[in-house]
Design a binder for this molecule. Structure first.
Ligand code: 6PG
Ligand code: NI
Length: 184
């Protein structure tokens, strides 16, 4: 009898048949993450912005984590829903993202403050080098789901970018507009 491995449904990103951990991030958890804090406060706090599902595997040195982020469509004011975004606590540790469904952007920013945006779509592959902060942005009308693989030792540093990334992405005149901002 062969081992039944965990599975990812490519079309939806749903993980199954493994020990799973889940975390929902809601509007109420994202204080000062979006440019328009007043607009955020007008929204229902319990509304889920993104769900992360991951395999509950070893975090030991050399081991890899596997997880899926489901980022829902929506906006805070004109700014598209996005993840909080982070550097890894272990700055040198990279990560790979794979777009599964929906459309959006992956915002990458170096420690020097250079920011860039990669298109995310079903089949897109994103090599996130070490020393590079990352944030998913859903610019579409559907759920944006992305598979990620990263070192168990990487950890998260949210504080370093608490004042924001150098680029924010808004809907303006029904179009996706990226804007450079001063803080971050
Ligand atoms: C990680 C991954 C990824 C990420 C989620 C949620 O390092 O764990 O990049 O699983 O955590 O997409 O994004 P935030 O951690 O920025 O909220
Ligand atoms: Ni990460």
């Amino acid at each position: 009898s062969f081992i039944q491995p965990p599975q990812v449904a490519w079309a939806s990103g749903a993980l199954a048949d493994g020990p799973l951990l889940r975390k929902s991030t809601r509007i109420q958890d994202l204080t000062h993450v979006f440019a328009d804090e007043n607009a955020r406060q007008q929204l229902a706090g319990e509304q889920v912005v993104y769900d992360v599902e991951m395999l509950d595997t070893s975090p030991a040195d050399g081991e890899l984590y596997t997880g899926v982020t489901h980022l829902y469509p929506g906006r805070v004011g004109c700014e598209y829903f996005m993840t909080r975004g982070h550097f890894h606590a272990r700055r040198e540790q990279g990560e790979v993202y794979f777009g599964l469904r929906g459309t959006g952007l992956l915002l990458l920013q170096t420690e020097q403050g250079d920011a860039r945006l990669e298109k995310v779509f079903a089949g897109s592959v994103h090599i996130i080098p070490g020393f590079t902060a990352h944030r998913l942005i859903n610019t579409g009308e559907e759920v944006l789901s992305a598979l990620a693989v990263w070192p168990g030792i990487a950890g998260h540093d949210y504080a370093a970018l608490a004042r924001g990334f150098r680029i924010r992405v808004f809907e303006e005149n029904k179009r996706v507009q990226a804007k450079e901002v001063q803080n971050g």
